[in-house]
Design a protein around this ligand. Sequence first.
Ligand code: GCW
Length: 605
Amino acid sequence: MRYAWLRELAVPVPETLKSPLEVAAFEARQAAERLRFAVDEKMGEGYAAEKTGDGYLVTGGTTGVLYGAYALLRALRLGEEPPRGAQFPRCSLRMLNCWDNMDGTIERGYAGRSLWLEGDAFAYDPGRVRQLGRMLASVGINVLCLNNVNVHAPAQQLIGDFLPDLAAFAGILRPFGVRLMVSVDFSMPMQCGLNTADPLDSRVQAWWRERAGIVYAAVPDLAGFLVKADSEHRPGPNAYGRDHAQGANMLARTLKPFGGVLVWRAFVYNCLQDWRDRAVDRPCAAYDTYMPLDGKFDDNVILQVKNGPYDFQVREPVSPLLLGLKNTAMAVEFQLAQEYTGHQIDLYAMPPLWREVIDAVGADSLRAMAAVGNLGRDENWTGHPFAALNLFAFGLFAWDPGSDPGALIDQWTRLTYDLPEDQRKTLAGLLLDSRAVYEKYTAPLGLCWMVQPGLHYGPNPYGYEFDAWGTYNRADRNGVGIDRTAAGTGYACQYPESLARLYSDPAACPENLLLFFHRLPYGHVMPDGRTLIQRIYDDHFDGCEQAYAMARALQTLDLPEPDRSEALARMEKQVKNAENWRDVINTFFYRFSGVEDSRERKIYE
Ligand code: GCW
C-alpha cells in the first residue's frame, strides 16, 4: 500500500498503538517499507535517517522517531532523497487552535461540526481521533488547542467537570506526539465563588494555582492554556486596572511547575469604536498595547500575534508588533479556516502568505507558530478537498519556516493525487496562484473589509463602514483609503524606519498595500499609467477572468471522485462569488467617482 497524505487515512490505526515508536513502526509496515528505529531520547523531536543494507535506520527522540518515519515515507513516496543529517524543528510549538464550541459548532468552521464536541459534551469516534492524531503527526503539528478562544459556557468546565473526558481525549492523541492545550476564561474564579478575577488578588492567584494542580493531575502533559482577554467582550485584567503582563504572568506562574506555557493573544482593539472618530485607528491597537510591555512577560508566556494588524484580511502588511518586540517570546498566528479568504469554497492556498510574513519577521524571532484550524466532521476533513493543503503545509512550514511555498504545494499534490504530470502541474499552478486571484477580485490595492458583515463571504462595501468594529475604507466621491502616514493616523510609524519610509511614500508603497496606507483620489495615476479608478475596475475584471480560467483548468483534471465533483461544485460558487465582487465593488466606485470604465465594460448602475 503506497503512502499518500490523505488516502492512507482510510486505513485505520489500531487502538493498541501506545507510543510514537509503535505508530512509526505501524506506518512503516503499512507502507511496506523496511524501516528500523532507534530511540535516542536526547534528540527530542529530532531525527536522523540513514540508509542501511535493505532499508533505513531512523534514529530519533521519543517523538522524533515518528517524525522521522513520516519524513522518510514522504520522501520515498515522492522518489526524493531522505533528508540528510539530523533534523530538528525550528519552532518547538507547532500549534493548531481549534475554535470548537461545546455545542458542536465551530466558530468560523467551514468543514462541518466539531470532531470532538457535541451537545455540551465530548462526543467523538475514537478511530477518527486517532486518524486526526496521525494526520497532525505526519506533518509535525504537536499541540492541539481543542476549544474556542471565545470560551462559552460550559467550556470553562474543560478544566473542571470535564477533566476526566479531557484526560481520555489527551490519551488518544498522546501516541501521536500531540499534546492538548485549553482555552480558558480569565474570569473563571468568579464563576467559582470569588467576587473578583483580579490577577493581583492573592485569592485569585491561589484559586488558579490550585486549579492548575488539579488540571495537571488529570493531564500531566497538557501543553498549557490559551487566553483571549480584554478583546471582543472577553474578560481580562484591564477590568481591574491591571495590564496584560500582570494578567498573563499570574496564569503562567501557576503552569510553570508543570512545564506548561501560557499563550496570550495580542488580538486587542476597541470594538466599540465611533466611526466619526478619525483619531482612533484599529491597526494601531496591538502595538500600542504590547510594546510598552516588552520584556515584562515571564519566560513561559508566549504572546500570540496575528500575522497582520487587523484580522486575517486577504492582504495586510505584517504586524508591526512582530517586528517591534525584542524581549518577548512570540508566536505568529495564521488562520487556516478561510474566514475572509473564501470559506473553503474559493481556492486560497496559504503558503505564499506565510513565506511573506516569515521573510519579514525572521523565523528566529519566533518561539512558536499557531494556526486556526480548518477541520471539521466532513468526510474529507476540510470541506474543500484542496483545503487540506493548508493544514499539510502549515505543519511542515512550522517545522521548517525556510520552506518554499511552491515546493510544499508540489509535495501535497503529489502525495494526495495520482495525476499525470501535466495535470498535476496544472493543479499545483492553480493552487500557487489562488491567493493572488482571490485577492484580485476581492481586495486589490490593499482594500480590505468590504465583506458581508458577520458572514465574511461575499462583497458588501458599506457593510462595516459605519459600525463599531473600526474597519473602514472611507470611500466617498473624492477618493478612498485611509492615510496611515505620520500626517494621518501614524500607524506607518510603528514600523522600523526603512519600512515606515517605504509605506509612507505612495510612490514607493507596494501596490498591494497602497490603499491600506494612503487615501488617494480616483484620478491618482498609478506607476503603470492607469488611474486608480481604472485599476480598481481592471483588477476586478481581471480577477474574475482569472477565476474563469481556473474553472476551465480544473475541468481538465482527472481527479478521483468525490474530490472532482466537490472541487467543481465549489468552483462554480467561486466563479459566482468573483462575478459578484466584480459587479458590486465596481458599481460602488462608479457611483462615487462617476468615472466611466475606459474599456466600456458593463458596470451595473
Ligand atoms: O475577527 C474575529 C473573528 C472571530 C474570532 C476573532 C478572534 C474567535 O471574526 O470569529 O473569534 O477574530 O480571533 O478572536
